[in-house]
Design a protein around this ligand. Structure first.
Ligand code: PHB
Length: 393
């Protein structure tokens, strides 16, 4: 059986980018349909990133009471860079007068889904996009299949691929499912979630001879920590004791508070930017358009920055018949995307120990770290990028 549905904007993927776009379009009076192959429960329970830039929080404020970023999340006014056993605080308030919020991505998703459903808007789980057709016409279409195997065709004025790094929409834009600029790194992060209170007030990014570690947080009772590992590391290869030993030796000077580890994962490090972000009436946002390594916490924030531009471009296209902002979307988005690519690559190379690092490389790296923390300009450079470059609109 085939059902055909018409809407103004078809959005593939109910991640932060797709759901926020749907919300901003709804506020402008533009109808959309959002589909995702996952269940609501899977979306709301998958643990992902945790840091929101100030601009991201401000955009989420448009959800009204549905956004709990400021009430449940915590404002952080700085981070610590640690190297050679010493901590150096980067004070965001002092350097750039901005902040970030620690508020896990799956909580953002709960807020966005609750707002969408409360507004009675179309959001379909368990619906898998199989392809996007007719990108070069004014009636692009998404072909999808629901959990029962029935075909759903969505005809729209615009199709948006917010369907993550394994995007189905990407092929309709770039001509292939891969098509883009790509870089892989010779290390990964071993991430853990544990039941313990925070070991420190703020996040610690630690460079040590044994490799990088990040002490992050999730809530007053659950903590998130990572340490640099080989990309092919097996999560079962470490006992709990070995995990704590690995983490602790990389964060000298802070006694990590321990508790039962209830999740382990390995995060591969990749940088990717699609060759094209738009073709005809099909546009890409978020991980479908780009991937960054997690070191600067830019992934979700960059997705939201794309959406901010695209929502305004679609408002002008669909309500004012003005195509200019939609035509300019790739160029405007890419300006920020490449800044974030550079920042994520730079934070990564600044803090990790490459497997082939020589004694020269190690000393040079400490020199680079010192040139950041010893200089007001260096600290401000890092703080501005970390808190999110201001928007020019
Ligand atoms: C996290 O808490 O998951 C997190 C925080 C900061 C990062 C990356 C990940 O830079």
């Amino acid at each position: 059986m085939t059902t055909t549905l018409r809407t103004r904007v078809a959005i593939i993927g109910a991640g932060p980018a797709g759901l926020l776009l749907a919300h901003l379009l709804d506020r402008a009076g533009i109808a959309s349909v959002v589909i995702d192959r996952r269940s609501r429960d899977e979306i709301e329970s998958t643990i992902r990133a945790g840091i929101l830039e100030q601009g991201t929080v401000e955009l989420l404020d448009t959800l009204g009471p549905h956004s709990r970023a400021r009430t449940v999340g915590h404002r952080h006014d700085g981070i610590e860079l640690r190297f050679e056993g010493e901590g150096h605080r980067i004070d965001f308030a002092e350097t750039v007068g901005r902040a970030v919020w620690l508020y896990p991505q799956h909580e953002v998703l709960k807020d966005l889904i609750a707002a969408r459903l409360a507004a009675g808007q179309d959001l379909r789980f368990g619906v898998t996009a199989e392809g996007v057709e007719d990108a070069d016409t004014t009636r692009p279409r998404v072909r999808a299949r629901d959990a029962d195997g029935d075909v759903l065709e969505i005809e729209a004025d615009v199709v948006v691929g917010s369907d993550g790094s394994r995007s189905v929409a990407r092929a309709a834009v770039t001509g292939s499912s891969q098509g883009g600029f790509f870089r892989e790194y010779p290390f990964a992060w071993f991430g853990i979630l544990c039941e313990a209170p925070p070991s420190a007030d703020e996040l610690i990014y630690s460079n040590s001879p044994d490799g990088f570690a990040l002490v992050s947080q999730r809530s007053p009772t659950v903590q998130r920590m990572y340490f640099q590992c080989a990309p092919d590391t097996d999560t079962a290869a470490y006992s709990e004791q070995q995990l704590w030993d690995e983490l602790q030796k990389r964060v000298p000077g802070t006694e990590l508070l321990r508790g039962p580890i209830f999740q382990r994962d390995v995060l591969r490090f990749r940088s990717f930017v699609a060759h094209e972000l738009r073709r005809g009436r099909v546009a890409l946002v978020g991980d479908a358009a780009h991937t960054v390594p997690p070191t600067g916490a830019k992934g979700m924030n960059l997705a939201i920055a794309d959406v901010r531009l695209l929502a305004e471009a679609l408002r002008r296209l669909l309500l004012e018949d003005d195509e200019r902002a939609f035509d300019a979307y790739p160029e405007r988005a890419l300006a920020r995307i490449w800044k974030a690519q550079h920042f994520s690559w730079w934070m990564t190379s600044l803090l990790h120990v490459a497997p082939d690092a020589t004694a020269f490389d190690r000393r040079r790296q400490v020199g680079e770290l010192r040139s950041v923390v010893d200089s007001a300009h260096g600290r401000a450079y890092l703080a501005e990028a970390y808190c999110g470059w201001p928007f020019d609109d």
